[in-house]
Design a protein around this ligand. Structure first.
Ligand code: PXP
Length: 245
């Protein structure tokens, strides 16, 4: 039997649109409810230091939707305090820079082990699973294991941006990182930049158990509606999974 692959829907950009007019519409919590009805397995949201999209109150609302909540955050004391209050199912630690448009690269886990280790431990003490967003790099995956993470979320951005042979090379990097993570006992997720064209090949990698997808789903929902987009993404992920011999 092929293992089910989970779809985590990132609702950050529903909040981006809401914030453009300063009101309450469209509501990311309502989007999360619709995503749940359409077959999402989890909800992901990134509470950034500058609150450019998701706000603290959204996080509380998202926790009540009833699906596992993956709280993306920087490893800071402020975010640790908020996560400790909300108690999401999982926290995904990401690097964060004020100037960036979106998360640009994976966490520097190897270089930042001393900083990250206590955050991983404090979250886990409260029953929160901890994921680290890392580049598909052997050294970073090994470092994730060393700081005690439960999960690595592999940065799929370079794969999704590449074309032709370069895309295949990036996919191979992800495959190798997944194989290593599994040998080390880490659960494997992937995300960033995935769309209808790129999702199937990642879903076809044995051992990837969750994909977190936001920008494309919310953007495409303008044309097709949120529910049809999620259903189609789900179908492509399932097709990728079934292709595993
Ligand atoms: N995973 C992580 C760790 C992210 O930071 C993001 C973007 O917030 C995503 C997944 C989703 O990426 P995208 O919005 O490009 O689908």
């Amino acid at each position: 039997m092929v293992e089910h692959i989970r779809l985590g829907v990132n609702v950050d950009h529903v909040a981006t649109l809401r914030n453009a007019r300063g009101g309450v519409h469209p509501d990311p919590v309502e989007a999360a409810r619709l995503a749940a009805a359409a077959g999402a397995d989890g909800i992901t949201a990134h509470l950034r230091e500058d609150r450019r999209h998701i706000r603290d109150v959204d996080m509380r609302g998202l926790k009540d939707v009833g699906l596992p909540l993956n709280f993306e955050m920087a490893a800071t004391d402020e975010m640790l305090a908020i996560a400790s209050d909300i108690l999401p199912h999982a926290c995904c630690l990401v690097p964060e820079k004020r100037q960036e448009l979106t998360t640009e690269g994976g966490l520097a886990v190897h270089a930042g082990m001393n900083h990250l280790k206590p955050y991983v431990a404090r979250l886990q003490e409260q029953g929160i699973r901890v994921s680290l967003f890392v580049d598909p790099d052997i050294r970073e995956v090994e470092a994730a294991r060393m700081v005690g993470a439960d999960i690595v979320e592999l940065h799929a951005g370079p794969y999704t941006k590449a074309t032709g042979a370069e895309r295949q090379r990036e996919l191979e990097r992800i495959r190798k990182a997944v194989a290593l993570a599994r040998r080390l006992g880490l659960e494997c997720h992937a995300g960033h930049g995935l769309n209808f064209e790129t999702v199937e090949a990642v879903a076809a990698i044995p051992g990837v158990v969750e994909l977190n997808i936001g920008h494309f789903i919310i953007g495409e929902a303008i044309f097709l509606g949120l529910e049809p987009v999620i259903r189609r993404m789900r179908a492509l992920m399932d097709a990728g999974r079934r292709s595993i011999a």
